[in-house]
Write a protein that binds this ligand. Structure first.
Ligand code: HEM
Length: 196
C-alpha cells in the first residue's frame, strides 16, 4: 500500500512504530464485526416485525414521497462517489490535493446523513420487504449498509490496522449504497421518469 503523506487525515491508522495497545488483538476486528451484525440484523428485524405505517411525506416542489426519497438517495450516492474518488487520491491511486483526506471524511459524513432520513422512512413506512428480488436486495443491502458503516466508524478508532482493512470495509460501504441506489432511486426514475 502506498500512503499519500500529504493526505493528513484521521482516517489513517497510526504508523507501525506506535506500541501495540494491550488487548488490541482480535477484539479490534471482533467488536466492529459483532456491532455490524447487530446493527444490520437489528434494523432488518425491526423492519420485519413492525407493521409498515405506510406514512407518506412530501416536500414543496416534489410530486411524491418516492420522488423526494429518490432524489435524496441520489444526492447520498453522489457524495459516496466523491468519497470513492477522494479515497483513491488518499491512497495515491489518483493524483489529488493535500486536502483529499478532508474531502473524503466530509463527503462520507454528508452521504450518510442524507441517507438516514430516507432509510428511516423505508423502515418505518415500508418495512423489510421481500415480494420481489429488487426489493429483497434493496432491503438486505439497506440494512447491511448501516451495519458495515458502523464497523468502519469503529475501525477508524483502532490503531495498527492492516493496510488492506479500511479499503475493503470502505469498499463494502460504497458497494452496499450503490446496490441500494440501483434497486430504488434508479428503478424509480426508470419507472416514473426523472421527475421531482
Ligand atoms: C435500512 C434498510 C432499508 C429497508 C428495509 C428499505 C426498504 C424499502 C422498501 C420495502 C421500499 C419499497 C420498494 C418498492 O416497492 O419499490 C423502499 C423504497 C425505497 N428506498 Fe429503501 N430501504 C432501506 C434503506 C434505504 C436506504 C439506505 C436508501 C437510500 C439511501 C433507500 C432508498 C429508497 C428509495 C429511494 C426508495 C423508492 C421510493 C419509495 O418507494 O419510497 N432505502 N425501501
Amino acid at each position: 500500500m502506498t500512503v499519500d503523506p500529504n493526505a493528513a487525515t484521521q482516517d489513517f491508522p497510526s504508523p507501525p512504530s506506535a506500541p501495540a495497545r494491550p488487548g488490541g488483538g482480535a477484539s479490534r476486528y471482533l467488536v466492529p464485526a459483532l456491532v455490524a451484525c447487530a446493527v444490520a440484523i437489528g434494523l432488518g428485524a425491526y423492519g420485519k416485525v413492525h407493521d409498515p405505517a405506510g406514512t407518506a411525506f412530501n416536500l414543496a416542489g416534489f410530486s411524491s414521497t418516492g420522488a423526494v426519497k429518490s432524489w435524496l438517495a441520489t444526492v447520498s450516492f453522489g457524495f459516496a462517489l466523491v468519497q470513492l474518488v477522494s479515497a483513491l487520491m488518499m491512497y495515491g491511486k489518483l493524483p489529488g490535493p493535500s486536502w483529499s483526506g478532508v474531502l473524503h471524511r466530509w463527503s462520507g459524513r454528508v452521504a450518510f446523513l442524507v441517507a438516514v432520513p430516507v432509510a428511516v422512512h423505508c423502515l418505518y413506512a415500508l418495512g423489510y420487504q421481500t415480494y420481489d428480488p429488487r426489493v429483497l436486495w434493496h432491503s438486505v443491502l439497506g440494512c447491511f449498509f448501516f451495519g458495515v458503516f458502523s464497523a468502519k466508524m469503529l475501525l477508524l478508532r483502532s490503531e495498527r490496522l492492516p493496510g488492506w482493512l479500511l479499503p475493503i470495509v470502505g469498499g463494502l460501504v460504497f458497494t452496499a449504497l450503490t446496490v441500494v441506489w440501483l434497486t430504488s432511486a434508479l428503478w424509480f426514475f426508470r419507472t416514473f421518469g426523472v421527475t421531482t
